[in-house]
Design a protein around this ligand. Structure first.
Ligand SMILES: Nc1ncnc2c1ncn2[C@@H]1O[C@H](COP(=O)(O)OP(=O)(O)OP(=O)(O)O)[C@@H](O)[C@H]1O
Ligand SMILES: [Mg+2]
Length: 338
């Protein structure tokens, strides 16, 4: 199956394999499915192993082959046939953005959902983020295992300076990223919901003091809980719609549109800042949104210069772009029809 560089449409009945195709692309770019956290569940029923692969081409025509093999409980990423150092090598080549029914959890779900959204975006846009984040996680892990063992204060203080140093880099890059996303989110939020949408980064220690001060203040609590209770690993994003906090005070349909707006803002930022904007997957938008909202979403998608795949039961509710490839899927078999 060869996709076009802009819009692509994939239609087929329930159970045909539309979401599965998007899941495959998502897996190649992100190392995990959006439907399950367990790679094993992606193997055909009864099978213990699977592999997926795909070729991407940039605007200059340079091609890369990405593949993943799952066996013995682990997923091995390969780039152009050679084993990749980590999944980050594939992620760098294939940024995958997705809007599907569960994207809603970005707004309504726990802070960890929003942190992963943020971390994945900052990783692509800010050089140095992955290194700082990995360093922070490593030292945090060491500090937490010392807390679990009930080590004395002098043992824990060894890590404070490096923990604070890496946290500062993580914070600085995240804050810069959120400001960029917010400026793109506002017009999209207005277009999709006709509301004023704001996005705020909430540091993982309340924000009023320094991280070092917050670590000091939480010392007793951390000893009792045997874990580090403050830091960038506890950060969150707060979305507001015309001043209301969206987790608690807006309708489910509006939350879905807000989640879509966040993903679209992130995709736009990739278009503006990365040489490689990646691919946007939109799973069955017609099933999720009312006619007016769907129309507004489609208009935002029309203005987005990124490769896209839109799926649906039929083309009835999507006004198709002239010249864009249309695929039909039936029992897992995909044919190009236009
Ligand atoms: N691990 C698996 N092994 C075998 N079949 C599976 C596995 N996971 C899903 N399927 C099947 O694959 C088929 C395609 O599912 P998929 O979710 O992609 O359909 P879809 O076209 O998105 O349908 P819908 O319109 O209902 O969302 C289904 O019949 C599903 O039961
Ligand atoms: Mg589906």
């Amino acid at each position: 199956m060869a996709l076009g560089p802009e819009k692509n449409y994939l239609f087929g009945p329930n159970g045909a394999g539309k979401t599965s195709l998007l899941e495959t692309i998502h897996l190649l770019g992100r190392g995990r499915s959006f439907r399950t956290r367990h790679a094993k569940q992606l193997a055909r029923h009864g099978a213990q192993a699977f592999s997926v692969s795909g070729t991407i081409a940039d605007l200059e025509g340079t091609k890369n082959r990405l593949s993943l093999q799952f066996s013995d409980g682990s997923l091995v990423p390969r780039l152009d046939g050679s084993r990749a150092k980590s999944m980050a090598d594939l992620a760098q080549k294939l940024p995958v953005h997705i809007i599907e029914p569960n994207t809603h959890s970005l707004v309504e779900g726990p802070p960890s959902k929003r942190r992963s959204f943020l971390d994945w975006g900052v990783f692509h846009v800010e050089q140095g983020y992955l290194e700082a984040w990995r360093k922070y996680r490593r030292i945090l892990g060491q500090r937490n295992s010392a807390l679990k063992k009930g080590e004395g204060r002098h043992m824990l203080d060894i890590w404070t300076a490096t923990l604070v140093e890496s946290a500062e880099v993580v914070e600085k890059l995240r804050i810069r990223y959120v400001a960029q996303i917010e400026s793109l989110l506002q017009p999209i939020g207005h277009q999709l919901l006709n509301e004023v949408v704001n996005l705020e980064y909430l540091s993982g220690w309340g924000g009023s003091s320094s991280f070092e001060g917050a670590l000091e203040a939480s010392w007793n609590k951390d000893c009792v809980m045997r874990t580090t209770s403050v830091g960038p690993h506890r950060a969150d994003l707060v979305l507001r719609m015309s001043g209301r906090r969206v987790r608690e005070e807006v309708s489910r349909g509006q939350q879905k549109l807000l989640a879509a707006a966040l993903v679209l803002a992130q995709t736009e930022l990739f278009v503006a800042t990365c040489g490689n904007a990646g691919i946007l997957l939109v799973d069955d938008p017609a099933a999720e949104l009312d006619e007016g909202s769907l129309g507004r979403l489609l208009r935002v998608l029309d203005a987005l210069p990124a490769q896209q795949i839109l799926t649906g039961l039929s083309e009835a509710k999507l006004s198709l772009d002239q010249g864009a490839p249309v695929f039909h899927v039936e029992q897992g078999k995909i044919d190009r029809v236009v």
